[in-house]
Design a protein around this ligand. Sequence first.
Ligand SMILES: [Fe+2]
Ligand SMILES: [Fe+2]
Length: 291
Amino acid sequence: MPDLEKLIRLSKERQYDVYTRFDWPERVAEDRLWCDESLLTTYGTDLHGTLSEQQLIALSKWEAINFYSLNVHGIKDALEFVCRKMYARRYADYTEYMHIFLAEENAHMWFFARFCQDYGGKIYKTLAYKEDQAGTPPLLDDLYMFSSTLIFEEFVDYYNRKVGENASVPDIVREINLQHHLDESRHVKFGRDIIKDVLTSIRDEAEDWPETQSRIDATIRRIFLHFVGLMYNPHAYADAGVHLSPDAPSAAQTRNYLRNAPQRRPHHEQWFKRTARYFESIGAISDSNFL
Ligand SMILES: [Fe+2]
Ligand SMILES: [Fe+2]
């Protein structure tokens, strides 16, 4: 597998010591945004224009904590899954790279968790995507786990790449986003390849491919929508003091309004479209216009 050998070589060349990679400040400045303004989940809606500079900064802080918390939980699930599969004969070609993947993700989990705890005082609880596994053939189950890992990684990478290039965010914020983006480019390549490989095997072995295909199509779309939903965390709105109006202080209401605001749809497309197109291109979903 020449592609995997290249990934392994690149990973080794770009290895770093995570424990000395960053300068952790006592506190992170709260006089500026912690991400691009366009990455805030209020962006594009009527509510956004009503927010003060202070509220925007607070929202950028708590949504950063939400984002990094999502990483912590997403990584835990990916580590657990990869550990279970890495010595299966089916994945023998991938075992060596999986070792590298585990080490890199463990490092990511460490810096994201540290950031949340040191500067937010907590890691938000987040619901992982869990497919009801009863009756799901093992290879389909693998497809869903690799797919949810990839969708999650590309979703997060959209944010990491932008913040990692943003000269005006605090240094520690830029550095962890940049480092994560650099590492994830290899994981995305690996994820895309292994998904295509697993999907090909499922197609070759399926007794009723159209039926299996429509099941895959529905499940993959559900996974995408699950992650779109996780961008909008009611606890982040409550912590940031962002409410629909003084008469409507409910964080759940604010969350539902933003999640369903039509002005947010083009932003969901920006975040997720290239990934959805990939799934469409390999025949895992029939149409990428559902975000
Ligand atoms: Fe990661
Ligand atoms: Fe990753």
